[in-house]
Design a protein around this ligand. Structure first.
Ligand code: RB5
Length: 142
C-alpha cells in the first residue's frame, strides 16, 4: 500500500499520480489535501509519515509546490527517509543507496510526464542491500 499526500501546490500532480497508480493496478491511500484551497504542507507530510511508521503503508509519495517543505517535515519523523527527487537518476539512487521510503516531488518544479517516470523508478527499484549502504542507513538512525 502506498500513502500519498500533498498541499495545494501539489494537488494537480497528485491527481495525475493517483490516476497513474490506478492504471498500474497499485493500491494507494490518499491522505489529502482534497482540493486546491490553500493549506499547510506539514499536515500532510506528517499524515503520510505516520502511515508508514505505523505500518499501514510501505511507501509514501508527498508533493508540495517545491517538495522541500513537505520532505523536511517527513524527515523529522524517526524511521522516515524521504527523498526529494527531480529526475530518475536521483529516484533510482535513493532507493539503491538510502532505501528511501518516501518520495517527495515539487508540483511546481517537475511536469507530470517526468514526475510519473520518477514515481515508477522509485517504486520499481529495490534497495541494493549492500553492506555499506545498510551501515550508512543505521548511522542515520543513531
Ligand atoms: C505553498 O505556497 C508552498 O510554500 C509549499 O507548497 C511548498 O513549496 C513548501 O515548501
Amino acid at each position: 500500500m502506498i500513502a500519498i499526500g500533498c498541499d495545494h501546490g501539489g494537488f494537480e500532480l497528485k491527481q495525475e499520480i493517483m490516476k497513474h497508480l490506478k492504471e498500474r493496478g497499485l493500491e494507494f491511500k490518499d491522505y489529502g489535501t482534497y482540493d486546491t484551497a490553500s493549506t499547510d504542507y506539514p499536515i500532510y507530510g506528517k499524515k503520510v509519515a505516520k502511515a508508514i511508521v505505523d505500518g499501514e503503508c510501505e511507501k509514501g509519495i508527498l508533493i508540495c509546490g517545491t517538495g522541500i517543505g513537505i520532505s523536511i517535515t517527513a524527515n523529522k519523523i524517526k524511521g522516515i527517509r524521504c527523498a526529494l527527487c527531480t529526475d530518475c537518476f536521483m529516484a533510482e539512487a535513493t532507493r539503491l543507496h538510502n532505501d528511501a521510503n518516501v518520495l517527495a516531488l515539487g508540483g511546481r518544479v517537475v511536469g507530470a510526464g517526468l514526475a510519473l517516470k520518477i514515481v515508477d523508478t522509485f517504486l520499481d527499484t529495490p534497495f541494493s542491500n549492500d553492506e555499506r549502504h545498510i551501515r550508512r542507513i543505521s548511522l542515520i538512525e543513531e
